[in-house]
Ligand binder design. Structure first.
Ligand code: ADP
Ligand code: ADP
Length: 226
């Protein structure tokens, strides 16, 4: 089954109020297992809204969301949270690491929240940091890491619970072009080694073209371009 299927997704903010805005008008996306898809759209088109809906952080005004073949549209909050923790990894433009915890701890914590033991969580965090080349910095806090290192740690955190689906919103958008290219290489390597399915929003056409497929969000709908 598809890792993610969004069907007829509509999203209206502030319905019936002065600020009413219809952002999504029937968006359809399907991501097969192991497929890495770029999501391209102009700013304000609704990329973040779509990713939040796909990641069960927000609900659509209409339409269906399926994760690994399970229709999650009508699940309660508790079940949605459990599913999000175990099946979905997020990466944002800014790392959003917890500043008072070390790189290692930032990767351990989501695993503890998911019921993994402390020692298993540490082992997995060390393995992930090693894969992205940041193992020597495991004991540093985010403020002591470079921008590229911070984002690599954020990748590890997103993969901490072995998700089936990775959602990323401009994952290297905050980095200078050289760092962005190197960090993006690491991300693509990690995704392909893991066999993960991913939906990655980016403005960067060169990066988008390195993925399996590019979809565009245009006037509230998905237009497939390749
Ligand atoms: P993108 O990520 O493509 O820049 P967003 O999904 O962030 O786009 O936003 C799409 C549109 O929806 C924008 O016009 C934005 O102002 C509006 N919007 C986003 N979130 C909200 C919200 N919580 N309430 C009202 N309007 C919102
Ligand atoms: P960048 O070239 O990505 O901008 P920085 O100049 O911020 O990187 O940092 C260069 C190196 O120094 C990085 O490996 C970073 O981890 C390390 N570093 C920066 N600030 C600190 C700090 N306060 N404590 C320890 N290491 C640091």
């Amino acid at each position: 089954s598809d890792a993610l299927m969004l069907e007829g997704i509509e999203k209206v903010y502030n319905r019936g109020e002065p600020g009413e805005i219809e952002v999504l008008k029937g968006a359809d996306v399907a991501i097969r297992a192991g497929e890495v898809v770029a999501l391209v759209a102009p700013s304000g088109a609704g990329k973040s809204t779509l990713l939040h809906i796909a990641g069960l952080l927000d609900t659509p005004s209409a339409g269906r969301v399926m994760i690994s073949g399970e229709d999650v549209s009508d699940l309660g909050d508790r079940r949605r949270t459990a599913l999000r923790r175990s099946k979905i990894g997020f990466i944002y433009q800014f790392h959003h690491l917890l500043p008072e915890f070390t790189a290692l701890e930032n990767i351990v914590l989501p695993q503890l929240a998911n019921g993994v033991t402390q020692s298993e969580a540490r082992t997995r965090a060390e393995m992930l940091l090693d894969r992205v080349g940041v193992a020597p910095r495991a004991a540093h806090r985010p403020a002591e890491l470079s921008g590229g290192e911070q984002q690599r740690v954020a990748f590890c955190r997103a993969l901490a619970n072995g998700p089936a689906l990775l959602l990323a919103d401009e994952p290297t958008g905050n980095l200078d072009p050289d760092t962005s290219d190197r960090v993006f290489d690491t991300l693509m390597q990690l995704v392909s080694e893991t066999g993960l399915s991913a939906l990655i929003a980016t403005h960067n056409v060169a990066l988008a073209e390195r993925m399996d497929r590019v979809v565009k969000l245009d006037a509230g709908r998905i237009v497939t371009s390749k």
